[in-house]
Write a protein that binds this ligand. Structure first.
Ligand SMILES: Nc1ncnc2c1ncn2[C@@H]1O[C@H](COP(=O)(O)OP(=O)(O)OP(=O)(O)O)[C@@H](O)[C@H]1O
Ligand SMILES: [Mg+2]
Length: 301
């Protein structure tokens, strides 16, 4: 019979306790209480529990890729083994962080031509990218022809990623609520809504929640969705103040990122903002978001 203390010590040995730090209750009541199934699986299997996180809203250009990528950089800089999974056929996250041509992408893994480990691009010490090559668009071809026959493909892909010992998987989505997005959200732990302080943003949140409830019902899986990021805030725009105030009245934990021209500047250089402009004004916002995932703060920035 495996005791709870043995499970806890085995978890600590694999560093997995760090990866579940975002569930503060786990420290008090024990992993066993919350995730008995996963606990047993991990005890016998080893490896880490990967926290699967995505940023989504069915709207383009609100900063999904920017926030996903910056959070991935930030978590990895704090010593957490992180994977950024590009799930957008535009391949923006991949073009940002890849500084050389790649041989393989996520489609080769989904077609089962190669194992996931072979498709990974090592961005930084603790940061890996599962890329999308936008030029060939093999990923779009897979989505159009294969996804419908293999709706659990991302569940299996994420299970393989978990075996590689990642602590965080951050998935960058396209600006749509497609079958692809549904199939991935249904196997993630948390989805955060990034938006800009504009008139249509509140409608966007309401329709997102409806779509999310449908996905949860169909998959019988609950996805955490209690955070909004208001991105590209410009203090000198009065309309930004109006919509920002409205968003703060919603029952969400709110994070704010200011408009920062350094973000667009660093992307063509395949550099993170941390490297390109360490004193950029948006850096503290990304750090505050990271703190929350590491259980260091639950206070809205
Ligand atoms: N806080 C910010 N300040 C200034 N520019 C920003 C900020 N956040 C993102 N941007 C810029 O806005 C543009 C859109 O951002 P991004 O590509 O991250 O949005 P997206 O939601 O992923 O877009 P898509 O829907 O096309 O995938 C990019 O050029 C990016 O550099
Ligand atoms: Mg994007």
């Amino acid at each position: 019979m495996v005791t709870l203390s043995e499970v806890v010590s085995r978890y600590t040995e694999y560093g997995s306790f760090k990866s579940v730090a975002h569930y503060p209750a786990l420290y008090c009541t024990g992993v066993w209480t919350h995730h008995p199934g996963q606990c047993v699986k991990r005890f016998f299997y080893g490896g880490a529990l990967v926290y699967k996180l995505c940023f989504h809203i069915q709207k383009g250009g609100v900063g999904k890729t920017t926030i996903s990528t910056m959070l991935a950089f930030s978590l990895s800089r704090r010593g957490h083994k992180t994977i950024l999974i590009d799930c957008d056929k535009q391949g923006n996250a991949s073009s940002w962080v890849c500084n050389r041509p790649l041989d393989y992408d996520i489609a080769d893994v989904l077609y089962e031509t190669i194992p996931v480990s072979k498709a990974l691009f090592n961005v930084d010490k603790n940061l890996f990218l599962l890329p999308v090559l936008a030029i060939d668009s093999k990923f779009k071809q897979w989505e159009d022809t294969n996804l419908v026959h293999t709706p659990r493909a991302f569940e299996f892909l994420l299970a393989d990623i978990e075996k590689l010992g990642f602590e965080y998987a951050i998935l960058d989505f396209p600006p749509e609520f497609s079958l692809l997005v549904e199939s991935i959200i249904s196997v993630t732990d948390e989805v955060i809504n990034p938006l800009t302080p504009e008139y249509f943003s509140i409608d966007g949140i309401e329709s997102f929640v409806k779509l999310l409830r449908n996905v949860e019902k169909a998959s019988r899986h609950t996805v955490k969705n209690d955070k909004i990021i208001i991105n590209m805030i410009n203090e000198s725009f009065s309309r930004h103040k109006i919509y920002r105030d409205k968003l703060h009245k919603l029952d969400y934990q709110i994070f704010e990122i200011p408009q920062d021209s350094k973000i667009a500047e660093c992307q063509p250089f395949h550099m993170s903002l941390y490297e390109y402009a360490p004193t950029a004004k948006s850096i503290p916002s990304f750090e505050a978001l990271t703190d929350t995932f590491l259980g260091k703060s639950n206070v809205s920035s």
